[in-house]
Design a protein around this ligand. Structure first.
Ligand code: ZN
Length: 296
């Protein structure tokens, strides 16, 4: 077994399905209201990412990064998904960034990414200056992936949160594209343990960001996603009729991934073990690596 493949086998043993929640939306909620709520939820998403996804992160140099996202799904659903970094060895042989797990889940759920929250302590050796209060997506790998992702539009808000200080920076998509977000003021709070203080300071910024939201663009993006989803389902149904089989052809479909408990506003179960291979296969595909998954 080559060194590389043994590392990847090791990764498969440690890669765990990240926590995943889904919420039923009030059918009368407008997209503007849904979007605003996603921005307000940043604090909870960041805290939850730090509490629930951090134990899954693996870093040979103790540089742990987690991420969370508010995803808008079709059929009046919101998803809150999480990711974590996985870098057991130096070098790039085995390396998954938290944001990549988020994008993979958005793709699997066929959802629209409203916010993507990156939570980590800025590292001085990470091409980050001393002035940076928050960690943002890495410029060489995650930023281009976020920009190119099918779940992401001009409305997608990338947010950096420092879990120690609670400092929070909202990065509008146009700024992510030009890589010019360093001058955007941070919300500075004492810690990530005071929701009221965070909300008080975040509200004026969120209201300002809402004024910049092109709701028509979000509406047409969501509409196009719905159209593609309907076309996809029709194609899958045609495949069943044609081949008479099911199961493996649906690897990675939302139904295979979604938790079974769909009760509204309650945390749903972590996906069952049977869904792990789906995540791994999807990741292997996304990372363009030939990973042999044993025992499934
Ligand atoms: Zn990255």
């Amino acid at each position: 077994m080559s060194e590389r493949s043994s590392i990847e086998q090791g990764m498969l043993r440690v890669l765990k399905a990240p926590p995943h929640y889904e919420f039923e939306l009030d059918s009368s909620a407008t997209l503007t209201e849904i979007y605003r709520q996603a921005m307000l939820d940043t604090y909870d998403v960041a805290r939850q990412a730090w509490n629930e996804a951090l134990p899954m992160a693996v870093s040979h140099r103790d540089c742990f990064v987690v991420a969370g996202a508010s995803l808008f799904g079709s059929s009046s659903k919101m998803y809150r998904v999480f990711g974590y970094n996985l870098k057991p060895e130096p070098g790039d042989t085995a390396n998954i960034h938290a944001e990549e797990l988020i994008l993979y889940q958005a793709e699997t759920l066929d959802a629209t990414t409203l916010s993507l929250v990156v939570v980590g302590v800025p590292q001085p050796d990470n091409s980050i200056t001393d002035h940076d209060l928050v960690l943002s997506p890495c410029s060489y790998r995650c930023t281009p992936k976020i920009i190119a992702d099918a779940s992401v539009g001009q409305f997608t808000m990338t947010v950096g949160v420092n879990p120690r200080t609670g400092a929070t920076q909202f990065i509008p998509h146009s700024r992510l594209i030009t890589r010019e977000w360093q001058d955007i003021p941070c919300i500075e709070v004492d810690s990530l343990n005071n929701r009221a203080e965070w909300l008080e300071k975040a509200l004026p910024i969120i209201d300002m960001l809402m004024q910049q939201l092109d709701i028509a663009e979000l509406e047409s993006f969501v509409e196009e996603k719905r159209r593609l989803q309907v076309a996809n389902i029709a194609r899958q149904l045609a495949q069943i009729n044609h081949s008479g089989t099911s199961g493996y052809e649906f690897l990675g479909s939302p139904s295979a991934f979604a938790p079974t408990d769909e009760s509204s506003y309650t945390p749903t179960a972590v996906p069952q073990r049977s869904s792990y291979p789906l995540i791994l296969m999807g990741l292997a595909h996304r990372l363009d690596k030939a990973v042999d998954i044993p025992g499934f």
